[in-house]
Design a binder for this molecule. Structure first.
Ligand code: SAM
Ligand code: GLN
Length: 300
C-alpha cells in the first residue's frame, strides 16, 4: 500500500457507515447494544465531524478515518469514550475531560436538578470534590448570580475544572483543599456561610473494585472513587457537621451517595443536627441522593 504525501492517503478514506460499523462492533465487545451505538455516534461526531443528521442524510459520504486504529485499540481496551474524545456531556453542557477527573454521571445531573429546584438566584454554593467542575459549573449557570466555590484535593482535577469554567463562562472560586483536614474546613468556614453545600465524594468501598466495569476501574482516578472498606462514610462524617455549622438558616446540604449507604448518611445528617432529611432515588430506582436542611431555630 502506497503512502500519499500531502493528501489523505487513499486507505484512510472510508464511508461513514463503514466507520460507524467498525466503531459499533468494537464497542459491542464491552458494552450493550444501545450504549455501543451511542458511543459510536459520539466518536463519529467528536473525532470525525459527522453528526447524526449528516450521517442520516448521507451515510456513504467519505470520511478521513486517520487515527481510527488507535481509537479502536483504546475502545477495545475499555478506555471511556469521554477520555478518548476529551469531551463529556453534563447537564446540557459539553465539558472538556481528561484522566485527572471523573467522568460526570447522569445521577449527578439529578443531584444538580434537586439543588436547582430548591435554591434561588444569588445563592452561595460550595461544591466539595468538584472534579471536572461539573456540579459547580452547572449550578453557576443555572442559578443566576450564584456565588460558587469549588474545592478538590487534586491539582489535575482543578486544572480541568478551571478550563471548563472559563470555556463555559462560569465564574467559580476554585481552591485546592483536603476536606478531611481541619485547616481546609476552617478556611472554607471563613469564606462561608453557604446556602447550599453539594458533594459527590468518593464512596465506593475498595473491595467493590472487583465488580466494577473495567472502564471505570482502570481509567478513572482511584482517588475520586474509592474509600476504605472499614470507613466508607469518612467524607460524609467530615462534611455533615461542617454543613450544620456553615449553612445559612434554611440552607441545605445535598449529597450523592452509594446505593447501600443512603440510610447511614441520612442518620449522619440527623446526628449532625440537620432537619428535613430526604432520600431520593436515581433514574435506576436506587437510593442515590440525600439532603438535609439547616432548620431555622426560633428563640423563646
Ligand atoms: N464532582 C465531580 C462529579 O460529580 O463528577 C467529581 C466527583 S468524584 C466522585 C470525587 C472528587 O473528590 C474527585 O475529584 C476527587 O479528587 C475529590 N476528592 C477526593 N478526596 C478529596 C479530599 N480529601 N478533599 C477534597 N476533594 C477530594
Ligand atoms: N457513581 C460512580 C460510579 O459508579 C461513583 C462516584 C463516586 O464514587 N462518588 O462509578
Amino acid at each position: 500500500m502506497g503512502r500519499a504525501t500531502g493528501k489523505i492517503p487513499i486507505f484512510a478514506l472510508m464511508t461513514a457507515d463503514r466507520l460507524y460499523d467498525a466503531l459499533h462492533r468494537c464497542a459491542l465487545t464491552l458494552y450493550g447494544t444501545g450504549e455501543a451505538g451511542a458511543i459510536a455516534f459520539f466518536i463519529l461526531e467528536e473525532m470525525f465531524g459527522i453528526d447524526r443528521t449528516s450521517y442520516a442524510l448521507d451515510r456513504h459520504q467519505e470520511v478521513d478515518a486517520t487515527g481510527l486504529d488507535r481509537i479502536l485499540q483504546e475502545l477495545a481496551a475499555g478506555r471511556p469514550v469521554q477520555y478518548i474524545t476529551g469531551r463529556a456531556w453534563f447537564a446540557g453542557l459539553k465539558l472538556e475531560i481528561g484522566e485527572g477527573a471523573l467522568v460526570p454521571r447522569p445521577e449527578t445531573e439529578e443531584l444538580v436538578r434537586w439543588v436547582e429546584s430548591e435554591r434561588g438566584p444569588g445563592s452561595r454554593v460550595l461544591d466539595i470534590g468538584t472534579g471536572s467542575g461539573a456540579i459547580a459549573i452547572a449550578l453557576a449557570r443555572r442559578l443566576a448570580g450564584a456565588k460558587v466555590t469549588a474545592v478538590d484535593i487534586s491539582a489535575e482535577a482543578l486544572d480541568i475544572a478551571r478550563r471548563n469554567a472559563s470555556l463555559l463562562g462560569a465564574e467559580l472560586e476554585l481552591l485546592q483543599c483536603d476536606i478531611l483536614a481541619a485547616e481546609c474546613r476552617a478556611s472554607l468556614s471563613e469564606a462561608g456561610p453557604y446556602d447550599a453545600i453539594v458533594s459527590n465524594p468518593p464512596y465506593i468501598p475498595a473491595s467493590e473494585a472487583a465488580e466494577i466495569h473495567i472502564n471505570v476501574k482502570e481509567y478513572e482516578p482511584a482517588g475520586a472513587l474509592f474509600v476504605p472498606d472499614d470507613d466508607p462514610l469518612l467524607f460524609y462524617r467530615a462534611i455533615a457537621p461542617f454543613a450544620a455549622v456553615n449553612l445559612t438558616p434554611g440552607g441545605a446540604v445535598y449529597f450523592e451517595v452509594h446505593r447501600d449507604f443512603a440510610g447511614d448518611v441520612a442518620d449522619l445528617l440527623e446526628w449532625a443536627g440537620l432537619g428535613d432529611i430526604e432520600v431520593r432515588r436515581d433514574i435506576h430506582g436506587r437510593d442515590r441522593m440525600v439532603r438535609g436542611v439547616k432548620t431555622v431555630e426560633y428563640a423563646g
